[in-house]
Design a protein around this ligand. Structure first.
Ligand code: NAG
Ligand code: NAG
Ligand code: NAG
Ligand code: NAG
Ligand code: NAG
Length: 196
């Protein structure tokens, strides 16, 4: 019994070290800097202000703050600000095509590219992030990040989108939280952000 216990203990220690090594290398890029980036913005959407109905849907509720009829295609160019207040600092915009895909009018196939200039940790992150997925306009939703350009080249992760103010169809506000990371083989994408 004693002789089989020792190798098992060594194995356990080795496994534990392996897990630690994996965890720390996925969090840092060797310069000890984080390989993850999180930030939040607010998206301001206004019917006939920042976006228009391009194709009217065929069945279901009319266009409202969170609804449109099935098949409706809405194209928007919505500003992003740092705070809920639409006069707070502008940090970019969302170019998107939003297609209503449920008969109750709440679900949307969401195709968008976000152009962003985010100030974080004494750096400016300037580039685009593209997202593609389905949201429920009245609920918290998660959208996969499908890629990026500029300082967001090779980025992965997701955005969490949640309705903040949906009373007025001309002033709808969503919160958008970005949860981004860069895979290990994409050091080049982040290294230019870091001190030498
Ligand atoms: C920014 O700073 C925060 C807190 O100091 C840290 O947790 C985070 O990892 C940093 N992010 C980047 C991208 O360096
Ligand atoms: C938006 O424009 C469409 C088409 O011109 C019009 O039918 C609709 O009433 C407008 N809605 C608002 C809220 O301005
Ligand atoms: C900003 O928000 C206020 C309050 O919701 C609204 O009255 C105003 O029209 C908005 N301004 C712009 C430029 O959308
Ligand atoms: C962001 O990138 C664009 C395109 O490369 C460039 O035109 C713009 O000057 C950059 N802005 C900042 C603040 O770096
Ligand atoms: C939706 O997200 C917001 C912001 O994170 C949170 O305050 C709220 O509790 C969430 N609601 C639900 C039903 O999960």
């Amino acid at each position: 019994m004693g002789s089989s216990f020792f190798p098992a203990l060594v194995l356990l220690i080795l496994i534990t070290q392996q897990i630690r090594a994996t965890t720390s290398s996925s969090d840092s890029n060797g310069n000890g800097e984080s390989r993850t980036l999180s930030f939040s913005v607010f998206q301001h959407e206004g019917l006939n202000k920042t976006g228009y109905v391009m194709v009217e849907g065929v069945a279901g509720p009319p266009v409202g703050p969170t609804t449109a009829s099935f098949g409706n295609i809405y194209v928007g160019n919505d500003p992003f600000t740092t705070e809920f207040d639409n006069s707070s600092k502008n940090v970019g915009f969302a170019e998107g095509e939003y297609i209503t895909t449920s008969m109750d009018g709440y679900r949307t196939l969401y195709i968008a590219t976000y152009t962003l200039q985010i100030e974080q940790n004494d750096s400016i992150w300037n580039g685009t992030i593209s997202v593609l997925g389905t949201v429920n306009n009245e609920r918290n939703s998660t959208l996969p990040v499908v890629g990026g350009t500029g300082d967001f080249m090779s980025v992965q992760g997701y955005v969490f989108s949640y309705p903040v103010d949906t009373k007025d169809v001309q002033n709808v506000v969503y919160g958008v939280d970005f949860h981004l990371h860069w895979p290990r083989e994409c050091n080049h994408a982040m290294n230019h952000r870091l001190p030498p």
